[in-house]
Design a protein around this ligand. Structure first.
Ligand SMILES: *Cc1c(COP(=O)(O)O)cnc(C)c1O
Length: 397
């Protein structure tokens, strides 16, 4: 059983702040500051270029990938880190499409994060062979899988509402129809248990700066099922995905297994920060995490519903259909969130009207939930949000 009081103590949580936005940017593990500082001064500073071998910088993307693998039910040797999630979506999608060369449809849903859809659009244009993106409402995905679909590209947990797709069911349906599946785990990895191997997923991608706490700009990860690794041809065929990067051959040859999904130089400093976070994650039991996440979400829903009748629950009520976030809708959602943030309760806002709160057992406790409910209920009852200052929109919401 994981001791979540102990894990909370390992994070830097500023005084006077209740942080419910770890689904967007995880807080800093206290050890990250020292780990990054030592990577800067001892490794970069003193080892200079010798750090690639001497400090293990070059192996870091697959070594840390293996530690993430446990959290998402992936086989050893099937996850590698690098680039941003948008890039990894493109890579996974391009490789998945190549496995089904006679079909032209990428199926996704309208609740997907826009960047995933934009990357798919761009890839379709580059392919120029009639490959097209089709989106349907999230509830319609299962029925829309037919023999025209080459790749089903789905984000498991909806970034706005927290609604969770059934990975095992959709993957099985896609396979039955002869399609391949790319799962985006942006709001799944570190949020709840995922069983990629058990679901026989083909490809998956996700980011580390949300629930996995690698810090702003932390790299993404990509998963390729072992059965596809030797037939997967990387569309972004960079030198570090080459079989022998330092042979500097004129032609590309894919590297062994998951290594071929690397592109260029790894973000060494960010990986050092991620390493500090994974030291915590290594101790976490995912079933215990899920139980605690459900308890926190249920307490938050009950508290807000009792105190704030004007807010409408935008997340599924049934825990089985929800990730580790709770969202509410209100036409003045933006101003309400700004008023909350002004009181030190940090969630975020997603257009057009969603107030979003991530509840993350590693560092969110019952007192945080109670404090957030109290602040929200006071702001709603007093209309404290109804001020021009709270309506002024910043660049990042
Ligand atoms: C957060 C998120 C992204 C962000 O992609 P980056 O390239 O890392 O900026 C992409 N897709 C989904 C589903 C996300 O939730």
């Amino acid at each position: 059983m994981t001791d979540f009081t102990a894990t909370r103590a390992l994070f830097h949580l500023p005084e006077g702040v209740i942080y419910l936005d770890g689904n967007s940017l995880g807080p800093m593990p206290k050890a990250a500051a020292g780990r990054v500082a030592s990577c800067v001064t001892d490794e970069w500073g003193d080892m200079l270029i010798r750090g690639w071998n001497g400090a293990g910088w070059m192996d870091q993307p697959s070594r840390l990938g293996d530690r993430i693998a446990r959290l998402i039910g992936a086989e050893a040797g099937s996850v590698v880190l690098g680039d941003t999630l948008s890039i990894k979506v493109y890579q996974a999608l391009a490789s998945a499409l190549e496995l089904v060369p006679d079909r032209r449809v990428i199926l996704s849903d309208t609740g997907n994060f826009p960047s995933d859809l934009y990357m798919a659009e761009g890839l379709c244009r580059t392919m120029g062979n009639g490959t097209r993106l089709v989106t349907v409402a999230p509830e319609q995905v299962a029925d829309a899988i037919d023999n025209s679909v080459a790749v089903l590209m789905i984000t498991q947990v909806d970034y706005r509402t927290g609604r969770m797709h059934d990975m095992a069911d959709l993957t099985a349906r896609a396979h039955m129809a002869g399609a391949r599946v790319v799962w985006d785990l942006a709001h799944s990895a570190g949020a709840h248990p995922v069983d990629l191997a058990g679901c026989e997923a083909d490809f998956a991608v996700g980011c580390t700066y949300k629930y996995l706490n690698s810090g702003p700009g932390g790299p993404a990860f990509i998963y390729v099922a072992p059965r596809h690794q030797e037939t997967t041809r990387p569309a972004l065929s960079g030198w570090l995905g080459h079989a022998a990067p330092f042979a500097f051959e004129p032609q590309y040859r894919p590297g062994a297994g998951i290594e071929r999904m690397r592109v260029g130089t790894p973000p060494v400093l960010q990986l050092a920060a991620l390493e500090a976070s994974l030291d915590i994650w290594d101790t976490v039991d995912m079933a215990a995490l899920r139980a605690r996440s459900v308890a926190l979400c249920e307490a938050f829903i009950a508290g807000v519903e009792a105190a704030c009748p004007d807010l409408t629950l935008a997340s599924p009520r049934a825990a089985d259909h929800r990730g580790s976030q709770v969202s509410w809708s209100h036409p003045e959602g933006y101003a309400i969130m700004q008023a909350l943030i002004a009181r030190g309760v940090i969630g975020d806002f997603r257009a057009p009207d969603i107030l979003r709160f991530g509840l993350t057992p590693l560092y969110t406790n019952d007192a945080d939930v109670a404090g957030a409910v109290a602040a929200l209920s006071d702001i709603m009852a007093s209309r404290a949000w109804d001020r021009p200052a709270f309506r002024a929109r910043a660049q990042v919401t």
